[in-house]
Design a protein around this ligand. Structure first.
Ligand code: SAH
Length: 276
């Protein structure tokens, strides 16, 4: 086998591209440009919206990886890159969250095939945008946790939902809506019952659906809506439909505001009271 440094000169770079949460306009400009040039495209068909393939060349070879094994996927990508073909590997959302990126990268490194990873809009962010809510708010929480309930994939003991919920931070829970009752049971061990919760089904797709509630009733509402997959669960006080409860920073009935645009605060880009 060639040494990685030698091979890197001859083999085409493989691009792992985050294709975004669904809406084909939410792929990055760079991701789209690379997709347009690709000779071979392997897309994760279980979640990637096939509409992004409209950017592909008509003569590109397109494979849906949904029913393939890792070996099968890698065989296609390695063979193509070795024969000088440009490969785009499309993942849903951002490729650094729950996408099996590293096991693929490991094989490419073994063969000395260069690769790059292009970010995408994660469904966590698309879902928060659908709700028109920030995941972090001054004085409410400055932390967002990305996590999941244990399923076939083991979750480390210290990261069980019951443990994480003790922080009362915002939580974006992937891959778990099918077990919403269990999710809620675990979350209730740390969050108060009336903590706002929302489920966004297929954020940014044409059939996007939003279910809003509180920990005490969200499971019932989600079950009633028949949502079993492809949805994000977001929990935390920043989702509060009313003005967040005032703490020391809140002024005259307004929610706590950030320092970023506070006229009494200066930073690298702005003097106090706009005196630049
Ligand atoms: N890398 C992806 C996540 C892949 S894991 C990302 O960054 O978004 C798959 C899980 O992501 C699904 O089970 C669901 O929880 C979530 N998901 C993917 N697309 C979604 C969408 N359009 N709306 C809501 N949740 C979505």
């Amino acid at each position: 086998m060639n040494k990685p440094a030698e091979s890197a000169k001859r083999f085409q770079t493989i691009y792992f591209i985050g294709s975004g949460p669904g809406d084909p306009e939410l792929i990055t400009v760079k991701g789209k440009r690379l997709l347009k040039k690709a000779d071979v495209i392997v897309y994760a068909g279980s979640l990637v919206n096939e509409k992004v393939l409209q950017y592909a060349r008509k003569d590109a070879l397109v494979y849906n990886s949904a029913s393939m094994t890792l070996d099968e996927i890698m065989k296609i990508m390695v063979k193509a890159a070795k024969s000088g073909k440009r490969v785009a590997r499309l993942h849903t959302g951002d490729p650094t969250l729950y996408s099996a990126l590293q096991e693929q990268a490991f094989v490419l490194e073994k063969y000395g095939i260069p690769y790059k990873v292009i970010p995408g809009v994660s469904s966590a962010f698309a879902s928060a945008c659908a709700l028109k809510k920030e995941l972090t708010l001054p004085e409410i929480t400055q932390t967002a946790i990305f996590t999941r309930l244990e399923g076939n994939t083991i979750v480390p003991e210290k990261e069980k939902l019951s443990e994480l919920s003790k922080h009362n931070a915002t939580m974006c829970i992937f891959l778990s809506v099918g077990m919403i009752d269990k999710v809620v049971d675990e979350l209730k061990k740390g969050y108060p019952d009336n903590t706002p919760a929302a489920v966004v089904y297929r954020a940014t797709w044409e059939d996007e659906k939003i279910v809003r509630g509180r920990l005490k009733d969200i499971a019932k509402k989600v079950n009633r809506a028949g949502i079993k997959r492809q949805a994000m669960i977001i929990v935390g006080k920043t989702l509060n439909p009313s003005i967040p409860p005032l703490t020391k920073g809140g002024k005259g009935g307004l929610p706590p505001t950030s320092k970023l645009y506070d006229k009494g605060f200066e930073h690298g880009c702005r003097k106090k009271n706009n005196k630049y």
